[in-house]
Design a protein around this ligand. Structure first.
Ligand code: ATP
Length: 586
């Protein structure tokens, strides 16, 4: 397939913000892609070259790419940087410079194919060690030399991780259902294999090659992370019992970082809830799993918690976050020891347990784990009364946990879903403030005045709407920032700055600055109110009204463990609003 065809599609995608139009464009693209490269077409369109969990990066900083653009355009790097200052985007710069035609024309110009672009990017990502920067630059230059102006633009953007077509995994799944699944009815099967494989490309290829039936019997693979099952929330033990049919299992809700451990013989891989491979950050946890889990091949889930080495008490999540680092791991490991509390088991020795009940999964977990001081099963109790829930809750708080999880006894493992089979009940639901903190995505910002002159005064925050795969605004956030946060924020945010509102953001506000929806912050509010301007839960509670968080305050917690799609959803906000009304009625 010619790379120029892909670029044509990208221009069309850039010209629309409507999800249905995007889906149509993607259906066309997927239909005309050869089966052999359909996975690659998916990755490239998402602005990457592998599924998210693969721990490989292209590893070329903007300066290096600018140098390569200079080489390929036959002008000096200084000149490239001058253009860049004007356009603000190295992709457009590369395109303009190609158009001006200062490049050395190669004699035998051949048209770039998707295969060739992909293979070269793959080589760039894989070249490591001494001299690798030079090799990467040369490889990229070879592509840019052959590229037409528009192709150069998109290649540069992909290399810099700035493609930003507004296409998300879910939109590709929609398009796959139409192009190869026989229609929207196939969406559920397609989505399930996506959640089990975390790999849009693999799903696309299996579907295009072998049809929908092969996805129905999709097999999970040890070594490939599975999207985590998530929990709903409720504000009282009565509601929890009612929702779960009068009986449920309770577990402590540990305040740490979720991890999915994949064990195959002596080899253990650890994945975060965002599907990052975090094995190198937790050699201690890796060892624990290797030595104390008896199954040869398995996938288990649990929470890593930081432990006070002197008292054995649990530290809150913030302390554990110091373990998130690339360097100095051994030293931090000694300073901040951890424990792993296991609560689920998704696969044991060739047996897929995601379709088994909670009780069966738990039984398997108990069978394969040899408990030690550092590796334990989460506390578990089956209960039928409000009093039992209250008592278990108090015990969890005493133990240093943040609350409890109630789980349906016969519930399957719903990968990637936030359903009612797991319900969380936390300490802060009882406080005077909004029942719980919410995790919101930064989508824009307004310039500040006074002490915040020259930086952002308030941030425009949004919740995630699953139904439409969009981010809907819910408040302007200006409180709770320490001086340190204020310094840190622009550094984190500016990487994601874009010119216009992102196509997956729905806002009635015109922000001074827009961001890609990437950064998730934890926010505490006083209550939820109906809002004539914010778009979260629009028309869902009242006609022509959305929901707003009142008096929002940043808790200081960057939810780097969360992908934007894992932020608080608009359905959750709606539920919280309803729970709040009930509370007032009481
Ligand atoms: P919160 O912000 O309240 O921690 P969350 O949005 O991160 O919640 P939820 O899906 O709402 O995630 O809650 C489930 C999370 O709680 C899991 O991702 C996991 O990290 C953590 N957790 C702690 N203990 C347990 C447990 N026993 N069972 C399941 N999840 C647990």
């Amino acid at each position: 397939m010619k790379f120029s065809e892909l670029c044509e599609t990208y221009s069309k995608l850039e010209a629309t913000t409507k999800r249905l139009e995007m889906t149509d464009i993607l259906v066309d693209l997927l239909k005309k892609s050869d089966n052999a490269i359909i996975d690659k077409v998916c990755y490239l369109t998402l602005g990457r070259i592998y599924p998210e969990y693969v721990d490989l990066e292209l590893g070329l900083a903007e300066k290096m790419v600018a140098k390569t653009v200079a080489m390929a355009s036959g002008i000096s790097q200084k000149e490239v940087e001058k253009y860049l200052a004007k356009t603000g985007d190295l992709g457009t710069t590369a395109q303009e410079l190609k158009k001006m035609g200062k490049a050395q024309i190669t004699l035998f110009t051949r048209e770039l194919t998707v295969e060739r672009v992909f293979e070269t990017l793959d080589k760039i990502a894989r070249s490591a060690g001494t001299g690798s920067q030079d090799r990467k630059v040369k490889l990229l230059a070879s592509l840019l030399l052959e590229a037409f102006p528009e192709e150069a633009k998109y290649i540069v953007r992909i290399v810099l991780g700035q493609l930003r077509l507004g296409v998300a995994d879910m939109t590709i799944l929609d398009a796959l259902a139409i192009a190869y699944g026989g229609g929207k009815e196939s969406r559920e099967v397609i989505e399930r294999s996506y959640h089990l494989s975390s790999d849009v490309g693999a799903v696309a290829k299996a579907l295009a090659d072998k049809g929908l039936d092969v996805l129905k019997s999709f097999k999970i693979q040890v070594g490939t992370p599975i999207h985590s099952m998530l929990a709903q929330r409720l504000a009282s033990p009565e509601e929890i019992l009612e929702k779960l049919g009068g009986v449920c299992a309770l577990e402590f809700k540990f305040d740490g970082e979720r991890v999915q451990a994949h064990k195959k013989g002596e080899e253990v891989l650890l994945f975060s809830r965002r599907l990052e491979n975090v094995t190198h950050q937790f050699p201690d946890i890796q060892m624990l799993v290797k030595d104390n889990i008896k199954a040869k091949k398995c996938i288990v889930e649990g929470e890593i918690v930081a432990i006070n080495p002197e008292t054995g008490e649990m530290y809150p999540f913030q302390v554990l976050m110091q373990r998130r680092r690339k360097y100095g791991i051994k030293k931090t490991m000694e300073k901040i020891p951890t424990a792993l509390f296991l609560f689920d088991c998704l696969y044991v020795d060739e047996q897929d347990l995601t379709i088994s009940s909670y009780l069966d999964r738990r039984k398997q977990l108990e069978k394969i784990v040899r408990e030690t001081e550092q590796l334990q099963l989460s506390e578990k109790k089956i209960v039928k009364t409000v009093e039992e829930i209250e008592t278990f809750f108090e015990q969890s708080i005493e133990r240093g946990c943040e609350g409890i999880m109630a789980k349906s006894l016969d519930g399957v493992y719903q990968a990637g879903a936030r359903g009612w089979l797991w319900i969380k009940y936390k300490r802060d639901y009882r406080g005077p403030e909004l029942a719980d903190t919410v995790d919101l995505v930064v989508v824009g910002a307004f310039y500040g005045r006074g002490r915040r002159g020259g930086t952002y005064g308030t941030l425009l925050m949004a919740g995630y709407e699953e139904e439409t795969d969009m981010f809907k605004t819910v408040c302007k956030l200006g409180a709770g920032f320490s001086d340190e946060n204020l310094e840190e924020l622009p550094r984190k945010l500016n990487k994601h700055r874009i010119r216009d509102r992102h196509s997956r953001v729905d806002s009635n506000f015109e922000a001074d600055v827009w961001f890609e929806p990437v950064i998730v912050l934890e926010v505490q509010g006083s209550e939820l109110t109906l809002s004539p301007t914010h778009t979260a839960a629009w028309n869902k509670i009242k006609k022509n009204a959305g929901l707003a968080v009142r008096f929002p305050r940043f808790t200081g917690r960057f939810r780097e463990d969360k992908a934007p799609e894992q932020a608080t959803t608009t359905v959750e906000l709606k539920e919280m609003y309803k729970a709040q009304l009930k509370q007032i009625e009481k």
